[in-house]
Design a protein around this ligand. Structure first.
Ligand code: GDP
Ligand code: IMO
Ligand code: MG
Length: 457
């Protein structure tokens, strides 16, 4: 009898508790939204983050490092951010360089100098996660030597030391931001540097002025030490628990993801939504909206497969019209038409709930253009999946023709006011990709953005 009663109370209490927890979850919607690139990077993430940042309390970068170049244009000014989150120009919000980011103190110091010159007071609005790893001068040295050794098969790395730094992280040899405050830091630096110098012996000689770079690096550590550091995972989770809204800012693009990108022509971090969880220390069930960005066409910088690439005159026109030159390295970007199977793949990997189309204005000059809808394999088969050996096998896209609009989009502020064929293109993408297009960017400036549905508040 007693046992039955205990069981009854236990069951009832459990049911009440779970009902309460369910209701609580419904009312306390977690606010970590994600913005990331769905192609090979440079989709316009910086611009979109800057535009949306005012809706959030915190903007946090979760992966990558100074290989990123995020361009922001407003009030006649242009800024390119590499490590600092793109919310830094907005008042009243915090910017976090998360655990998953790799930091080169030299680049960071330069970025901060640019902010100083523009009178942006970041001191109380920029936080650096202690567990973020440091890029040493010898990491850059190794990056250059490794690329030189690859010859014509090189990745086309930005040579910022990204690969070697993440290798040391996973190899459990890396140095982290929190380490710079310890007495033993110099010794640990020396030990890692010696290891790198040994490794460099297997590579061809490259031009690198180590002593000079080391001197700069140690000087720039003073700046890093002056910044506010945090236990990133605690900061983010406590902010979430306090009801703060967080925007996670991705770097690179999903096709450069270390696991699911066009390996080996990828970067060395997880650029997809999963990277938010590891990079910021948040659980998957805390993620709310996933805002995926695609250009209205496609670009890639560096080596590797690009099925819809246009190597001839049209590609050149896209590059010229879109000013497609790397924001970090200045290299010309390879250009092509939009690739729907590629986008379907990255929408799947990321769980994209909203799409943003950028640079639609670049298509103004074309009376018609194309969209890649399938791939034709070397064996004559058609597929809408990128094959395993995509970096070896040559794929030919199957195209669909799209009619252009041949007019300027300047000053257009609503979807309804867009030319008919521009609207049709957006609707075509929505139908093919099965995700709502909530924003359309019509120019590089802040105000050049059509917001079809505001981000859920
Ligand atoms: P991110 O790395 O994804 O932030 O992109 P990048 O800054 O490397 O490259 C995007 C480039 O396109 C930058 O020069 C932006 O100023 C520019 N841009 C962004 N959105 C638009 C747009 O809608 N139209 C045009 N014409 N330029 C844009
Ligand atoms: P954002 O954030 C475009 C590319 C490089 C190279 C490959 C590996 O501005 O979109 P790495 O330096 O990581 O070893 O380079 O990845 N790449 C990018 N391409 N945009 C980026 O960042 C990129 N970051 C790296 O060109 O092909
Ligand atoms: Mg970029």
């Amino acid at each position: 009898m007693f046992q039955h009663l205990t069981r009854f109370f236990f069951d009832t209490k459990w049911k009440l508790n779970s009902t309460f927890a369910f209701c609580k979850n419904q009312s306390e919607k977690m606010y970590i939204d994600v913005i990331l690139g769905l192609q090979w990077g440079d989709e316009g993430k910086g611009k979109i983050v800057d535009c949306l940042a005012t809706e959030y309390d915190i903007v946090a970068r979760f992966q990558g490092g100074p290989n990123a170049g995020h361009t922001l244009k407003f009030d006649g000014k242009k800024f390119v951010l590499h490590t600092v989150p793109s919310g830094i120009f907005r008042d009243n919000l915090m910017n976090v360089i998360g655990n998953g980011v790799v930091i080169d103190p030299i680049t960071l110091e330069k970025e901060l100098k640019n902010l100083d010159a523009a009178n942006v007071d970041y001191h109380d609005r920029l936080l650096v996660a202690k567990k973020a790893h440091l890029i040493l001068p010898t990491h850059r040295y190794l990056d250059a030597a490794s690329e030189a050794a690859k010859g014509k098969d090189k990745i086309g790395s930005t040579l910022k030391g990204i690969g070697p730094t993440y290798m040391d992280k996973t190899g459990r040899n890396g140095l982290r931001v929190g380490d710079i405050f310890h007495e033993s830091f110099h010794d640990r630096y020396d030990a890692l540097k010696q290891k790198h110098l040994k490794l460099l012996e297997i590579y061809p000689q490259v031009d690198f002025h180590l002593e000079e770079e080391e001197e700069k690096w140690f000087k720039s550590l003073a700046k890093l030490r002056s910044l506010k550091t945090v236990e990133g995972e605690w900061y983010i989770n406590e902010a979430l628990a306090a009801g703060k809204k967080i925007l996670a800012e991705g770097a690179q693009g999903s096709m450069l993801d270390i696991d699911y990108g066009t390996y080996p022509f990828v970067t060395s971090s997880n650029t997809i939504t999963a990277g938010v969880c590891t990079g910021l220390g948040v659980a998957p069930n805390k993620i709310n909206e996933v805002i995926g960005i695609t250009k209205a066409y496609c670009t890639r910088v560096g080596g590797g497969p690009f099925p819809t690439e246009l190597t001839g005159e049209i590609g050149e026109r896209l590059r010229k019209e879109g000013a497609e030159f790397g924001a970090t390295t200045g290299r010309p970007r390879r250009c092509g038409w939009i690739d729907l199977p590629q986008l379907k793949y990255t929408i799947m990997l990321n769980g994209v709930s909203q799409l943003v189309i950028t640079k639609i204005d670049i298509l103004n000059i074309f009376s018609s253009f194309k969209s890649g809808v399938k791939y034709l394999r070397e064996n004559g088969e058609q597929t809408d999946q990128l094959p395993y050996d995509v970096s070896v096998e040559e794929l030919r896209p199957v195209w669909e023709d799209i009619e252009g609009w041949k007019c300027s989009l300047e000053g257009i502020e609503s979807f309804e006011a867009l030319p008919e064929n521009a609207k049709k293109y957006v609707q075509y993408l929505e139908e093919k990709l099965n995700v709502p297009v909530t924003m359309i960017s019509t120019g590089p400036q802040r105000q050049e953005l059509i917001n079809r549905k505001s981000v859920p508040a």
